[in-house]
Ligand binder design. Sequence first.
Ligand SMILES: [Fe+2]
Ligand SMILES: [Fe+2]
Length: 427
Amino acid sequence: MERSLRALLFLGVDFLFPDHLRPRAEAAEIYFDGSHPIQDYLLKLSASHLRAVITKDSAHEAMIMCQSDKPLKKLMVEIGRMSEDRLTWFGATEEKLTLGGASVYIYSSPIKGLEENAVYRYRFVADDAASDWGELATFVSDKTEAIVFTDSQCGGDYSDWYKTFNSAVNRHKNAKLAINLGDIVDNGEALWHWEGWYKGIEENLRKRIFAPIIGNHECYSLKWKYCLPKGFLGQFKTPANNSEKFEGYYYSFDYGPVHFIALNNNFLEIDPNLPGLLEEELIWLEKDAIASDKPWKIVLMHKDILAYNEYNAYTNDYGGLNDIAHDFMGVFDKLNIDLVLTGHMHVYRNRGHIYNFLPSDKGPYYILCGLSGNARYDVPKDETFDKVVLQGKETDNYLHLTATKEELSLVCYLSDGKILDEVTLRK
Ligand SMILES: [Fe+2]
Ligand SMILES: [Fe+2]
């Protein structure tokens, strides 16, 4: 836009910004479209953990979040195309999150009006201070590229998680979506676990869109009792599911040619405090999957379908298809789900297609993802379903997922770049 065509307003912008949402607005040039030029800020804003959480329509929307130890006044997000020198302000909402007696302030800012296949920069600003820049790439409509992690929980320090996450995002620079299948932290009510999880990934996390799923460890209190996932719900404002009881517990989103369905299957941990999740979710799942016209439908959920050496509540025994399998697999068959990604067991297993509860050459493809933290388990092979089992002691791994309309491809990597398994599905 020619500068001469830009009407510059120096005052009288109240119609655009209410008093509490005007950092430096009195002194700023404001263009007709409400944007303003990039300005230098004197101070560094004491905001940490910048992140863009997945939205329902990540081609045009974003949910930008950050955290502070103290309340931040007049906080806003500035966002603009990387290729332009103009930014637009958006307001931010404050929520005080108290976990285990300690409190932090979490800010979220829903952004609308983004353009598809574009790269944006964003930061939080307040008065004379600005945070570091984050980056946000809206997706390309005909392609999906993502990295899938699970079980990043760590006992002690989170350095194994930093190594896995940072090596993956550096290896796959075009994968702008990062998914975590749950047990993000070891104890969902411990703020120090959340702080530990963020600490070594800050720089890369704020340049990706993050899609988190709730695991059973997000539902543990400091005393290791079942609790509601208050920590997770405070940390991540995921897409609305319009549930009265379970907002933030499960959701879906589109990314390129894929419709992702993020389920919550921690019924054992959640039911005692808030019953009814499974029944509600099954109704929602059916409507949600049927309403999508995307070529691929991928389910993301924390707990796996096989019991292995854990007690199986469905058979009242050990091993075999568990209660989660019997809750969902028939429905996944009916809804033509293409791929189901799970975690929880901390080992990688490729089961191929399963249909009508049996190994098959059709039906959803099931992959149990490994771990990205430091809790390593010994899990025996399931002789009926496990087609690919890693040799030796399990070490951190992740999936690189790419999809076009015709082809869905998964590669399982170790954090050092070694390839462990490859899967290609075609329409
Ligand atoms: Fe886990
Ligand atoms: Fe788990």
